[in-house]
Design a protein around this ligand. Structure first.
Ligand SMILES: [Zn+2]
Ligand SMILES: [Zn+2]
Length: 339
């Protein structure tokens, strides 16, 4: 048996404590990764707190893993010992359903999240099906790349899925962990980019991430000045907003796309959708091919999450920092010297 040391929550809303589990024999199609860095994502908080009712304890969070392959199963493909990879929200999927066969593995009904019923990356090692361990381009800075594996692909995938064009005008609502990445991707994509934020003190930094324009999301009159101007509006916050007001910023055929996990039902006026032929949609992270394309795009355009580092043994401080809304803009845990 193989013991793996990590930091686990024993129940909902509990502090993480040192924890060791027996991982058993490595699966034939699995790889094992020695974790160097792991991002702390807002979804880790949601799972620790069982906000979505899906959590299983004890649980080791961490689904923005950067590390090196240390073991390869007999039937694993492509990956070599020592190779640096990233692992995101999922570690497995069925590989034979329609979604898996068409590259949408993240939509597989049997997709296995890294931190639900499986131990994640706040540990010395983590395992995944080889397809879900994505090789990291050598030119990406490993110490800040972790948040690309969940946050990055979450905001990148919709640009591909919905065919956003370089000539499009794109709005990003919420300039936090997801939003600051969405601004960078949309700008590098070639779009005209408008940031909507409740905190105008971030305006200068927001322009630095790629926004051509910054609008106060608390000021309805300012938002209304954007009426009928955007092709694509990405919602990255997880709190209810004035959805009818935001829909007005879209041009006919425009799309409002939700990637923030807003728990409250969204009241959407059907008449506005009908008259402007507008759409509202959502999406969860991305499949392995999209993650690889996103990493390649980020490396080519020199895009990177802006991160704050904590040593893994200060993980509870890092969680408190993120929960207090203080993260600028993603948190990464450094594993060196932790075990
Ligand atoms: Zn499948
Ligand atoms: Zn995440």
């Amino acid at each position: 048996m193989t013991s793996i040391n990590g930091w686990a929550a024993q129940g909902a809303k509990q502090r993480l404590e040192p924890f060791t589990y027996e991982a058993g024999p490595l699966g034939a199609e699995e790889v094992e990764v020695a974790v160097e860095y792991c991002g702390l994502c807002h979804s880790d908080l949601s799972i620790i707190n069982n906000d979505w009712g899906l959590s299983r304890y004890p649980l080791i969070p961490g689904h923005e893993v950067i590390g090196r392959i240390v073991a390869v199963g007999d039937r694993a493909k492509e990956l070599k010992i020592g190779q640096r990879v990233g692992i995101g929200w999922n570690v497995d999927s069925c590989m034979h359903c329609h979604e898996c066969l068409t590259g949408n593995h993240n939509l597989c009904r049997e997709a296995a999240p890294t931190i639900i019923g499986h131990h994640g990356g706040f540990a010395e090692r983590v395992r995944a099906h080889w397809l879900w361990a994505i090789p990291l381009p050598g030119t990406l800075e490993a110490s800040s790349a972790g948040p690309l594996l969940c946050g990055g692909v979450t905001v990148f995938a919709p640009l591909l899925t919905y065919g956003v064009k370089p000539t499009d005008r794109v709005g990003i609502v919420g300039i936090g962990g997801l939003g600051h990445l969405a601004l960078q991707f949309a700008r590098a994509w070639g779009c005209e980019v408008t940031a909507f934020t409740s905190d105008l003190s971030k305006a200068e930094e927001t322009r630095g991430f790629g926004a051509h324009r910054v609008v106060s999301s608390r000021n309805s009159a300012e938002v209304l000045k954007m009426a009928n101007s955007l092709d694509f509006l990405m919602i990255t916050v997880n709190v209810p907003l004035d959805w009818p007001l935001l829909l007005k910023t879209l041009k006919p055929n425009g799309r409002m796309h939700v990637v923030g996990a807003v728990l409250e039902p969204m009241a959407i006026p059907a008449f506005d959708l009908i008259m402007g032929q507008k759409s509202v949609s959502g999406s969860p992270t991305g499949g392995p091919a999209v993650i690889a394309a996103m990493l390649d795009f980020a490396a080519r355009h020199h895009l990177a999450p802006q991160v704050e580092h904590f040593p893994l043994n200060k993980v509870n401080d890092a969680i408190a920092h993120l929960a207090a809304g203080k993260a600028r803009y993603r948190v990464v845990l450094d594993h060196a010297g932790s075990f």
